[in-house]
Design a protein around this ligand. Sequence first.
Ligand code: ATP
Length: 221
Amino acid sequence: MQPAVQVQSPDTGTAAGVSLQAVDLECVRDDRVLFRGLNFTLEPGQILQVQGRNGSGKTSLLRILCGLSPPAQGEVRWCGEDIQSSRPEYFAELAYVGHAHGVKGELTPVENLNLARGLGRASGMEPVEALEHLGLAGYEDVPSRFLSAGQRRRVALARLLILQARVWVLDEPFTALDVHGVDFIESMLLGHKNRGGMVMLTTHQPLRMDESHVTRILLGA
Ligand SMILES: Nc1ncnc2c1ncn2[C@@H]1O[C@H](COP(=O)(O)OP(=O)(O)OP(=O)(O)O)[C@@H](O)[C@H]1O
C-alpha cells in the first residue's frame, strides 16, 4: 500500500455557505424511536464521527443523510436547501461507502470503479492508479468475488480517490482492513479534511488520529 495520496480538491466554488445540515431529524424503525430532534452541521474541513451502541441508529442516520431513506421528521439540507429539492447538486458532491460497500462480485475492481465513475464526477485519477494506492496492484482484473473481504473493502474505498466528491459518508470503513489499511484510510480522511473536504463516518474502532481532528455525535445516549 502506498503512502498518502493527493486527490483533486473538491470544487464547489468557495467554501462559503457550504454545509450539510441535519435539522430536527427523527428516525423511527418498527415503532421504535431511534433518535429525535437531532441537529448538527458538517462543514468543510470537518470529520464527524457518529458513535453509539449496536442498533442505536448510526447506519440509519447515514442513509437518511445520503437521501437513501426518508426521516420520520425533519430534513437534511445541503448548502441550506432541503436535499429533496437539491438532489442533483448534492449527489454530485457525495461519495457513500456503505456497510455492504456495493462492490459487485461479478465485476473486476477496475470495472467496479469505472461503473462508479460513470455515476459520479471523476477526480481525474484512473482506476488502476487508485487500486495501486489501495494496495491492489495485480488484482485489477480479478472478479471481485474472488477477493478477500479486506480487498473488497479496499475496492469500495478506492471510489473515494476516483470521484471528486466533497462529502464522504463512510459506514464502518475500517471493517476487515489490516493495520496498514486502517492507517492509510485515516491518512486519506485527514488529507480530505485538510483540502476542505467533509467526512462523516461510523466506526466501532477507536480512531488513531489526534482527537482534535474529530467532532463526535453520540446516538442513544
Ligand atoms: N429497514 C428497516 N426496517 C426495520 N428496522 C430497521 C431497518 N433498518 C434498521 N432497522 C432497525 O433499526 C435499528 C438500528 O439499526 P442501524 O443499522 O441503524 O444501527 P447501527 O447503530 O448502525 O448498528 P450497528 O452498530 O450494529 O451497525 C436496528 O434495531 C435495526 O433492526
